[in-house]
Design a protein around this ligand. Structure first.
Ligand code: MN
Ligand code: MN
Length: 478
């Protein structure tokens, strides 16, 4: 790019290009077709668990085998693609390359969790003849965005007999939806004086669940108490066989009801919940499965708990990934050797795929215009993420960014650069810093999104497709 001649002139400038403005009809159609599959993924993989199921199904369909404990795979060699699931909430896929694992890997990673509302462990109560569920928000949300919005509930209840029950309400258009109330503007003399963040206290994010009371047989006042709560429990027991105590051992989350929709008259964008980071997760999955025979062992990592700081056994700070990589080496060599593993990591090239901020023309004051990604201008290289003095960032080396730039340019990928907000205002971290601890080269290749962390986020089909092409090129890189 830097020194290519255009019309006989040296092109020394680095201009931002908008993919749909330069792609021909066939590539544009490719992007639109690709996003039909993307929307289906968003609709089917609403929770971390559903995303893991989708990914495992896609991998099994093309012959991936579950990597069980070493005893089961001993002496088989690493000649077939494998996957491993961590507690139903994170998953890793691997394909053998022409070169051994000990020569290094090509790893891409995204996170499957997304900002949402969780049910509290003791959620159910009745107030003024209405049954409610108390929630606690997960990740960074703007609380006011979650009131008066049709919500759907999705997750599992683990019963003490060891069985789990899937709970799903509101995703199907025929289902009832759930909702959080808000005050009428006529009466709103308190909220309107508050800062927007304080206007909706977290403890008011309560889900309206029902309003019919169970009939008390003999008009007994005691039996009439909490009649609606009792009636709701009857419904829950009839449908799922659960009782109030079962909420204690449940993972149930709420996301906006209603699926992914095309956005704009030209249908160039997608509006959907949870595109941070399921846009990158879908692109990694497709790129990983579509890539040709890789030179190096390729690994696709889908983690949980990024939005709350990557804490926990299913997060990027767990040993799950390291153990998985060690199993691959065992498959290959018949031994667990920490020195060989560490050496392999040091030769590894990795890309973290997460969403970044797209420049929002209505709020130019929070962005550095020159260094913020634009919606539709392709996948964004982020040399570092984090904020302020590059805190919470694993800055990639100049050499590794040059390597990635070369992969993108050699494959004709439309790309740009991305960054956080203005330095003094804020930014966001990704999981790259946790993988950089393994002593591997890593950089972020991001998808720009508008309304990040809102109930409905906005992406450009051009960026979804450009990122897919970029990730595929990375997996195939030598
Ligand atoms: Mn993210
Ligand atoms: Mn996020």
């Amino acid at each position: 790019m830097d020194d290519k001649k255009e019309n006989g002139e040296l092109n020394l400038t680095f201009e931002r290009k908008y993919a749909f403005d330069i792609w021909d009809e066939a590539v544009t159609k490719g992007a639109f077709d690709f996003c039909e599959g993307y929307k289906e993924f968003l609709n089917r993989a609403r929770s971390e668990r559903q995303a893991v199921k989708f990914i495992v199904e896609a991998a099994k369909n093309v012959g991936f085998k579950e990597l069980e404990h070493v005893g089961n795979v001993k002496d088989k060699g690493f000649s077939f693609p494998v996957y491993s699931v961590n507690r139903g909430k994170a998953v890793v896929l691997a394909r053998p390359g022409r070169q051994p694992v000990s020569d290094g890997m090509r790893i891409m990673m995204a996170h499957l969790d997304t900002p949402h509302l969780d049910l509290k462990v003791r959620p159910l109560y009745e107030n003024e003849h209405v049954a409610f569920l108390k929630t606690q928000y997960y990740g960074g949300i703007k609380k006011y965005q979650w009131t008066n919005l049709p919500l759907a509930m999705s997750g599992i209840v683990a019963r003490q007999d060891g069985t789990t029950i899937e709970v799903e309400v509101g995703a199907d258009p025929k289902d009832p939806v759930l909702m959080i109330t808000d005050i009428a503007p006529h009466l709103d003399k308190i909220q309107s004086k508050e800062k927007i963040d304080d206007a909706i206290p977290a403890e008011t994010l309560n889900i309206v669940l029902g309003s019919i009371g169970a009939k008390a047989k003999d008009g007994d006042k005691e039996k009439e108490k909490d009649a609606v709560k009792k009636q709701v429990l009857q419904l829950l027991n009839g449908k799922y066989g659960i009782a109030e105590e079962d909420f204690v051992s449940a993972d149930i989350e709420l996301l906006p009801a209603g699926g992914a929709r095309d956005l704009g008259l030209d249908r160039s964008m997608v509006a959907a919940p949870g595109q941070d980071d399921r846009s990158c997760a879908y692109d990694i999955l497709r790129a990983f499965l579509d890539a040709g025979q890789p030179e190096y062992c390729t690994i696709a990592v889908f983690m949980d708990k990024e939005e709350i700081g990557s804490q926990g056994a299913t997060s990027s700070q767990s040993n799950f990934f390291i153990d998985f990589a060690s199993e691959l080496l065992y498959l290959e060599t018949g031994a667990h050797d920490e020195n060989v593993l560490r050496d392999a990591f040091s030769k590894t090239k990795a890309v973290s795929a997460d969403t970044t901020f797209a420049f929002d023309p209505d709020y130019p004051e929070v962005f550095d215009s020159l260094n913020t990604a634009r919606l539709g201008a392709g996948v964004a290289i982020e040399k570092y993420t984090g904020g302020g003095g590059k805190y919470s960032s694993s800055e990639a080396t100049a050499e590794f960014v040059a390597y990635i730039r070369n992969v993108l340019n050699a494959n004709g990928i439309v790309w740009q650069t991305g960054g956080g907000g203005k330095i003094d205002i804020g930014g966001g971290a990704t999981i790259s810093m946790y993988f950089s601890r393994l002593n591997m080269d890593i950089v972020d290749l991001s998808i720009p999104v508008l309304s990040v962390h809102a109930p409905f986020e906005i992406s450009s089909k051009a960026d979804i497709y450009s990122a897919y092409l970029a990730y595929k090129a990375f997996f195939e890189s030598k």
